[in-house]
Design a protein around this ligand. Structure first.
Ligand code: AMP
Length: 307
């Protein structure tokens, strides 16, 4: 493996992206798609891509199509200089940072990818049209970057599932690779939106990962034990306004019945202060069950949900 220490080539237009791709020594390209405000979670995706591919393209694009009219598009953090430093350190070859008029030259695209029923539950229930917007831009960026592989975070589990479905259902010639959620030491899932949190909000936000961990620790006892353990942590935190807490099948996103044993997804969304946060853990329900991801290296506070 070669180590790139030079700053990535920055492309803002389609022509610049094309030229940058032509300049790469090999067609073995992986893409990591982001909305900027990069953090260690993004860096982990980039490093995972770098390990397996000759070249990595990172896209930085705040996609207006996936934001609702009342959502945080205008206040979303923009930190391009810092993003470039992270990309340079992680060995990115090309950064594609287009403006909306480059991605959507004719304005609002008349044709969009439809996420279908899986896009209408959980995040889709709170954010109508969100996943159509996500899949439309992911499809476009896959075409524009001509990547062989695309790396996405488990942090956005429903998005990951829908991208896998789109690639399979619409025969995109790309491999989708997922990367486990990267967390702060105390368990908080890294997110660009964490910068909105006040000090108090941040303390409150820890209830999400604590709830997931408590749920996962009850996994051997079955679905209702998982849900109960997670809910017990959340009700202790009145400042977290829970949108949903679900234990669902990882492929269908349907609630798993009480007799269910096997892989499942425990997912939560909550508003904390002015910020809506999501988190999840894949787990196995039943004998020998538990979380399929690590929450943190910090020992679990005694008493399950205790702070
Ligand atoms: P975003 O910039 O939030 O759209 O995220 C870009 C990509 O990074 C998506 O595939 C996310 O799932 C992934 N990602 C965001 N946060 C994390 C995290 N804490 N751990 C792993 N991947 C993440």
């Amino acid at each position: 493996m070669t180590t790139t220490t030079a700053a990535p080539v920055v492309a803002h237009t389609r022509a610049e992206l094309e030229a940058a791709r032509e300049g790469l020594a090999s067609r073995d390209v992986a893409v990591v798609m982001t909305m900027g405000a990069l953090h260690e979670g993004h860096a982990r995706l980039i490093r995972a891509a770098r390990q397996r591919h000759a070249h990595v393209v990172v896209t930085i694009f705040l996609n207006p199509l996936q934001f609702g009219p009342k959502e945080d598009l205008s206040r979303y953090p923009r930190t391009f200089e810092d993003d470039m430093a992270i990309c340079t350190a992680a060995g990115v070859d090309v950064v594609f940072a287009p403006t909306p008029d480059v991605v959507y030259p004719d304005g609002d695209p008349g044709v969009r990818v439809s996420a279908g029923p899986l896009g209408e539950v959980l995040e889709g229930a709170s954010r109508p049209g969100h996943f159509d917007g996500v899949l439309t831009v992911v499809g476009k960026l896959l075409h524009l970057t001509a990547a062989r592989s695309a790396y996405f975070g488990q942090k956005d589990a429903q998005q990951l599932l829908l991208i896998r479905r789109m690639v399979r259902d619409l025969d995109f010639p790309v491999e989708v690779v997922s990367v486990p959620t990267v967390r702060e030491e105390d368990g908080l899932a890294m997110s660009s939106r964490n910068t909105y949190l006040t000090e108090t909000d941040r303390e409150v936000a820890l209830c999400l990962s604590r709830a997931l961990r408590a749920g996962a620790e009850a996994a051997v006892f079955g679905p209702s034990a998982v849900r109960r353990a997670a809910r017990e942590v959340l009700v202790e935190e009145p400042l977290a306004l829970v949108d949903y807490l679900v234990l669902v099948h990882p492929d269908t996103l349907a609630d798993v019945p009480e007799w269910y044993r096997g892989q499942a997804l425990l997912a939560v969304a909550a508003r904390i202060g002015t910020t809506r946060l999501i988190d999840n853990t894949p787990l196995v329900v039943g004998p020998g069950g538990g979380a399929l991801e690590v929450f943190s290296d910090v020992p679990h506070a005694p008493g399950g949900g205790a702070r």
